[in-house]
Design a protein around this ligand. Structure first.
Ligand code: GDP
Length: 298
């Protein structure tokens, strides 16, 4: 991901090498090229506008520096602005004062929610937690089976509807799972919910009902980083329909242009918590804005 954007940016910076002080015209030309590179990478227009305005303002105001030549100065500004649109500091998970902490996952079908549930459970278990996975995606055929396989691999218990008991009612499964977690002394409950291929009123209503039933400490919106401009509409719909508290970028290992990854923080106003980078349970890490910005700038 970001290969094209990285190449474009490095081409833009190369042109600045060897220049003395940058004129306003140099700064404007550079800003225009960066704007195009971001738009071609599918970054959402409002994000691009804010980004470019900041870069321009800072580049104009930049002091002549002994340590950095103009090209290095622009690179530094772009790096810092990339870190800013990615959220600044890494943000940790919010834990409940009274266990169990409830983490609800929401997102479109195929975004990588169920896979993420397994990854998160494995990661939390490795830190000494006792997570419980909850199969409240009763929409997608075999989402329950998939979660059971992942739970088995992670060595984490999966709470799933028993035949004849709450089958077809994800809200009830989710609510009952909290009671189960308390009885079984699980300190973290990860609730996988159903998504659909597109935004859908029924799906949002179900996610909102599950949220009300489990009172989550985190509502984590999982977004497939491979999607392009649609990412913005999807993110806004989940922000407004369910009320998200954090984001996970999945499929960052793909070769898409990366616009979703660069837009979602600005659009939702919520931090990116984790990054998913493959199909295996260990392809997962805390999201670091700074590392991602460095990766983009090569
Ligand atoms: P859900 O419908 O949101 O629960 O999505 P799934 O977890 O079933 O994931 C959909 C597909 O994407 C599956 O084939 C996963 O193996 C795959 N997948 C999930 N996360 C990643 C990731 O980070 N990278 C890659 N390459 N594939 C992923």
């Amino acid at each position: 991901m970001f290969d094209t954007l990285s190449d474009r940016l490095s081409g833009i910076f190369t042109k600045l090498r060897g220049k003395g002080r940058l004129s306003d015209a140099d700064i404007d030309a550079t800003a225009r090229e960066i704007r195009l590179a971001l738009l071609e990478a599918d970054v959402a227009l409002p994000v691009v506008k804010a980004f470019i305005a900041n870069v321009k303002e800072r580049a104009r105001g930049a002091e002549v520096s002994q340590a950095l030549n103009p090209a290095q100065q622009v690179i530094k500004i772009v790096h810092e602005e990339l870190v800013a649109i990615l959220g600044g500091e890494a943000r940790r998970l919010q834990f409940a004062k009274q266990p169990p902490t409830v983490i609800m996952l929401a997102g479109l079908q195929g975004s990588g929610k169920t896979t993420l549930a397994g990854k998160l459970a494995r990661w939390l278990k490795a830190q000494g937690h006792q997570p419980l996975l909850v199969a409240a995606d009763l929409q997608r055929p075999n989402a329950v089976g998939q979660l059971q396989v992942l739970g088995g691999r992670a060595g984490v218990e999966v709470y799933a509807p028993e035949p004849g008991n709450g089958v077809g009612d994800p809200v009830r499964v989710a609510r009952d799972s909290i009671e189960h977690a308390k009885r079984a002394a699980r300190d973290i409950v990860i609730v996988d919910t159903a998504g659909r291929l597109g935004i859908d009123a029924e799906m949002m209503a179900q996610a909102a009902s599950i949220r009300d039933a489990v009172q989550p400490d985190e509502v984590v919106f999982v977004i497939d980083a491979m999607v392009g401009q649609d990412a913005v509409t999807t993110a806004e719909a989940f922000r407004d329909g369910v009320g998200i508290t954090g984001v996970v970028l999945s499929k960052l290992d793909g070769d898409a242009r990366g616009g979703a990854a660069l837009s979602v923080r600005h659009v939702t106003g919520q931090p990116i918590l984790f990054a998913s980078t493959g199909e295996k349970l260990e392809d997962f890490d805390v999201f670091h804005p700074d590392r991602m910005a460095s990766r983009i700038l090569g």
